[in-house]
Design a binder for this molecule. Structure first.
Ligand code: C5J
Length: 220
C-alpha cells in the first residue's frame, strides 16, 4: 500500500488498481492557433506544466501504473457536438472550423494530437471524449471496472473544466481521485486555486490533492 502526504489527509492506494489519467494535453489547448487560443486565452501557462506532466508519466510508467490519456475531440461531421457546445467561441474559430493546426478539436487533425513530449506509448489507453468529462460517450467506466481500477491520479488541463468534471464524475461512480496539483493548469490562476480548494473542502468532497514530490516520495 502506498501512502501519499495529501490534502486534506493521507491518500492510500494500491498501484495494481490505480491509473494515471492525463487529461487533454493536446495541441488544441497548448499551442497557439488551437481551441484554447481561439477562445482568447494565453496558452503559455498550460505549456509550462509539460515537463512536470512528463515527469509524472515517467514515474507512473516506472511503477507500472495503468496510463490513460484523454483527448477532447469530435467526429468530422460534428454529429457528437451538441449545438450549445458548437456555439462557443467566435464565429470562424469554433469547433470544426479550419485553424492553423487543422480543424479545431476534430479527431485526427494535427491540433487534436497530444503534444509530442507526452505522446502515449504502445499499450496506454487513449480515450477520445466529446464531452468535458471523461465518461460521457466513451465507454471508460466499463473499461476501468473490467481492468479492476479503483483509484485514479489526475493531471492535465484545464483544472476547472475537463479535469474537475472528470474527477467529479469519477467520484460519483465510486472511483477515488487524487489530483496532482503541479501537473494541472488553467488559463485562469484563480480558477485553478479555487478548484484545488473545492476538491479538498469538506473532508475531500470529490477527492484529494497532492504535489508530484509527495507522490514520488511515497514510492520510495
Ligand atoms: C476546455 C478542457 N477547457 N480540456 N477543455 O474546454 O478543459
Amino acid at each position: 500500500m502506498i501512502q501519499v502526504d495529501a490534502r486534506p489527509g493521507a491518500y492510500r492506494f494500491e498501484p495494481a488498481t490505480t491509473a494515471l489519467v492525463v487529461i487533454d494535453m493536446q495541441r488544441d489547448f497548448l499551442d497557439p492557433g488551437g481551441f484554447g487560443a481561439a477562445l482568447g486565452n494565453d496558452v503559455a501557462p498550460l505549456r509550462a506544466i509539460v515537463p512536470v506532466v512528463a515527469d509524472l508519466l515517467a514515474l507512473a510508467r516506472h511503477q507500472s501504473l495503468t496510463v490513460i490519456h484523454t483527448r477532447e475531440s469530435h467526429a468530422p461531421d460534428l454529429s457528437d457536438c451538441p449545438p450549445a457546445k458548437h456555439q462557443q467561441g467566435k464565429p470562424g474559430l469554433r469547433i470544426g472550423d479550419p485553424g492553423p493546426m487543422g480543424r479545431i478539436l476534430i479527431r485526427g487533425e494535427p491540433g487534436n494530437q497530444i503534444v509530442p513530449e507526452l505522446a502515449p506509448l504502445d499499450g496506454e489507453w487513449v480515450i477520445d471524449k466529446p464531452g468535458k468529462g471523461m465518461f460521457y460517450a466513451t465507454g471508460l467506466d466499463r473499461r476501468l471496472r473490467d481492468a479492476g481500477i479503483e483509484t485514479l491520479l489526475f493531471a492535465g488541463v484545464t483544472t476547472e473544466v475537463c479535469v474537475q468534471t472528470s474527477m467529479r464524475e469519477a467520484c460519483d461512480r465510486g472511483f477515488r481521485g487524487l489530483l496532482i496539483e503541479d501537473a494541472t493548469e488553467s488559463y485562469f490562476p484563480d480558477f485553478k486555486r479555487a478548484t484545488l480548494e473545492m476538491v479538498v473542502a469538506q473532508g475531500g468532497i470529490v477527492g484529494q490533492v497532492a504535489g508530484l514530490a509527495a507522490l514520488r516520495a511515497a514510492f520510495r
